[in-house]
Design a binder for this molecule. Sequence first.
Ligand SMILES: NC(=O)c1ccc[n+]([C@@H]2O[C@H](COP(=O)([O-])OP(=O)(O)OC[C@H]3O[C@@H](n4cnc5c(N)ncnc54)[C@H](OP(=O)(O)O)[C@@H]3O)[C@@H](O)[C@H]2O)c1
Length: 266
Amino acid sequence: MIPATGESIPVIGMGTSGSFEVDAAGREPLQEVLRRFVAGGASVIDTSPNYGNAEDVLGDLMAELGVRDRIWLATKLAADDRAAGEAQFAQSLKRLRTDKVELLAVHNLRDWKTQLAYARELKARGKTRYVGLTHYVDSKHAELADIMAAEKPDFIQINYSVSTINAEKRLLPLARDTGVAVMINRAFDDGRLFERVAGKALPGWAAEAGVTSWAQLFLRFVISHPAVTVVIPATGKPDRQSDNLKAGRGRDLSAAERAELVAMFA
Ligand SMILES: NC(=O)c1ccc[n+]([C@@H]2O[C@H](COP(=O)([O-])OP(=O)(O)OC[C@H]3O[C@@H](n4cnc5c(N)ncnc54)[C@H](OP(=O)(O)O)[C@@H]3O)[C@@H](O)[C@H]2O)c1
């Protein structure tokens, strides 16, 4: 649930960094990735103008499948001044083949004062429903927390996973206390977590929690935190998309299960 409005969104979304930066031949599996996503009842997709051609690919595939109205679309401002932000957002709308987005976030706090003010103007004009701030490394959490406390954006997007739990210290409790929705990137630590579990069995309690893969377990860990609104794992592979979507069905992990996972990946 998004505190600013009470709107509900599905907890499993998807990212497009890398996975949607493809040439013509690479688009075919992505159409199936998107088809399964929508068929599974998911909707939140995160992209950015600086993810190569990802906005173009996503815009084309949404149009081909006729699903734009079923997608809760998030993109970003990654610019260094007002004029560049304006030009970039106009271009994003064209590339995404839409006239508005659901979330517009300032990428990695870049020129954040100017870009957040511009995003708020766009919100007032109905061009985005929410505004946000993003980052993806622990070393920027303190700065992001200070800005979040002062500015109270609708959303933050941050990194959080079984192996990177720094967000639990201040950002996640603060977001919860101040009513800021939280989108999680890098739930698989950019894929590195899979190397660490190669050949390893799931914990004994996983089946009872409705979890049948490590990907589902990593995602369930993230969405079990009470401050987390949505997680955006990225994949270009249809079967992995189906796997990731399954993480959204089942109970939250207990405190003891969460602690066991953290200890395993410390
Ligand atoms: N500053 C920012 O705003 C920021 C920074 C980082 C990320 N993000 C957003 O967050 C999204 C997610 O982060 P991320 O892409 O960096 O990393 P991630 O989601 O933690 O990991 C992606 C990696 O996991 C693999 N993977 C996905 N599902 C899998 C599964 N079920 N089984 C095995 N492997 C799987 C993918 O490989 P395959 O593609 O081969 O399946 C890819 O290599 C990004 O796409 C982007 O939208 C935003």
